[in-house]
Design a protein around this ligand. Structure first.
Ligand code: NAD
Length: 488
């Protein structure tokens, strides 16, 4: 493994050097894998100024949608060309299993191609029914300079849920990636430049969230902030945005329900229960971390889930058959273990796991399953962000809907049943931006993701996600002579 070193990417090029760097050690092996420049407020000022100039005076927002789509498609081609390198960076910096890192990069390509198609379709509408000699044009325009602040769990994929949509609309962006996993943001910015994205349109500054994230969120040169991260920092971002009255979109935390009715395809639902909580090491905002199982099938179902969980392979994320890699850092691993301890002390029944992996150089946690979890318990309420499943049994549809909605979060929920009436009734009553039936953590670039309640607001992906990066200017036109109102 060779160590990659990144300086800020501003106005189409990497800075020559940086005053200081932060080391990123692999959370799986402890080896140094990358060094990221530690930005300060002056670096952020330079990046916003570059984006401002590119948006206010540069070619990108003035190109045709077709031209922007062509550049975006070249960008997607270059990602394919550099596929293995990008996958390796995600595995090294995040500690996620390689098969999931491949899915992230493949998914990024799909998002860019879809966004390219939207660049060609960007349009407004016209009113011709306003009366004689009156016409109104609703002109869809790019929102301007966009601040993109991203978390560490899907560094490339979440960035690509934002950047191509912003670029398709004609915006310029300044990215503040997570200080743990900044590598792919720099690589992607450089590839976008190679594809023909003009200087200043895609800038990346790395460093501490409390310093440069904060300075970006409250920067007067920014027109829109698109943030993905924790609910706590999301609240900071709202406060910062109030300074300049700037629109925000917030994709925050979750505590999703994974509901299994007795009439479900139980083989599929067992896999869905495991995937729901162990995918991406459990470090996933849409993780189905609260499993609800109908009582009549619970004994057998929970036994199958827990026995399968105990067989999962935890360890080197580069191994093809690894199921669960390393937690992002030792502090986060301690937080996860603290939740496990609270589950035990508050009386949940530990079925499997419950400890860190012994004799390990990395931050590995055993897949953990708790049964008989009640709504009063901490592990029922809090987003654990690790491989920890809580199981709660239920009797009726009404009961499980109330249990599922008993959360400050409202990001996603899952329901397993062969009965379409059950699926539709439950889906309509769940308070979340996303519901999936007989599948889990699925999706497509066309489908928007949005939270409600403590999970945030604003759309990501899909037509609705694209429109977040646009605004409507209403042009009212009167032709012919207008009836005087005041003139005598
Ligand atoms: P985090 O909130 O700690 O950090 C997110 C980003 O915000 C990082 O880049 C960080 O440096 C930056 N930041 C920190 N302080 C800041 C400040 N004061 N002002 C501006 N930016 C600041 O989140 P994390 O630990 O990186 O990621 C995990 C969280 O993200 C979980 O809660 C998870 O549910 C959430 N998440 C949500 C989604 C979604 O789509 N809803 C997706 C992935 C992750």
């Amino acid at each position: 493994m060779s160590t990659r070193q990144y300086t800020h990417f501003i106005n189409g090029r990497f800075d020559g050097d940086a005053a200081s760097y932060v080391d990123r050690k692999s959370p799986a092996s402890g080896e140094l894998v990358a060094r990221f420049a530690t930005g300060d407020v002056a670096d952020m000022d330079r990046a916003v100024a570059a984006a401002r100039a590119a948006f206010d005076h540069g070619p990108w927002p003035r190109m045709s949608g077709m031209e922007r789509a062509e550049v975006l498609n070249k960008f997607a081609d270059l990602i394919r060309k550099n596929f293995d390198r990008l996958v390796r960076i995600e595995v090294e910096e995040v500690g996620k299993p390689i098969r999931f890192a491949r899915g992230d990069i493949e998914g990024s390509v799909g998002l860019i191609r879809y966004a390219a198609s939207l660049a060609m379709q960007m349009s407004g509408s016209t009113y011709t029914n306003l009366g004689a000699n009156k016409t109104a044009l609703l002109m869809r325009e790019p929102v301007g300079v966009v601040a993109l602040i991203t978390p560490w769990n899907f560094p490339a994929l979440i960035l690509m849920q934002k950047v191509p949509f912003a670029l398709a609309a004609g915006c310029a962006v300044v990215v503040k990636p997570s200080e743990f996993t900044s590598g792919s943001a720099f690589e992607l910015a450089a590839l976008a430049a190679e594809a023909g994205v003009p200087n200043g349109v895609f800038n990346v500054v790395s460093g501490k969230g409390s310093v440069i994230g904060q300075s970006l969120a409250e920067h007067p040169g920014v027109d829109f902030i698109s943030f993905t991260g924790s609910t706590r920092i999301g609240q900071n971002v709202i406060e910062a945005s109030a300074k300049n009255i700037v629109k925000t979109s917030l994709e925050l935390g979750g505590k999703s329900a994974n509901i299994v009715f007795a009439d479900a395809d139980l083989d599929a639902a067992v896999d869905g229960a495991l995937m729901g909580v162990f995918f991406n090491n459990g470090e996933c905002c849409v993780s189905g971390s609260r499993l609800f199982v109908q009582s009549s099938i619970a004994e057998e179902f929970v036994r199958r889930v827990s026995e399968s969980a105990a067989l999962l392979k935890v360890g080197n994320p580069f191994d093809e058959d690894t199921d669960i890699g390393a937690m992002i850092d030792s502090k986060h691993m301690s937080t996860v273990m603290g939740f496990v301890e609270s589950g035990v002390s508050e009386g949940a029944k530990l079925l499997t796991g419950g400890s860190a992996v012994e004799n390990s150089a990395g931050n590995f946690v055993q897949p953990t399953v708790f049964d008989h979890v009640t709504p009063q318990m901490t592990i029922f309420k809090e987003e654990i962000f690790g491989p920890v499943l809580s199981v709660t049994r239920f009797e009726t549809l009404d009961e499980v809907v109330a249990l599922a909605n008993d959360s400050i979060y409202g990001l996603s929920n899952y329901v397993w049943s062969k009965n379409i009436d059950t699926v539709m009734t439950v889906a309509s009553r769940l308070k979340s931006g996303w519901v999936q039936a007989n599948t889990v953590i699925d999706g497509a670039p066309q489908l928007p993701l949005a939270g409600v309640k403590g999970s945030g607001f604003g759309y990501e992906m899909g037509q609705a996600g694209f429109e977040e990066f646009t605004q409507i200017k209403t042009l009212f036109i009167h032709t012919g002579s207008r009836q005087p109102v005041f003139a005598k």
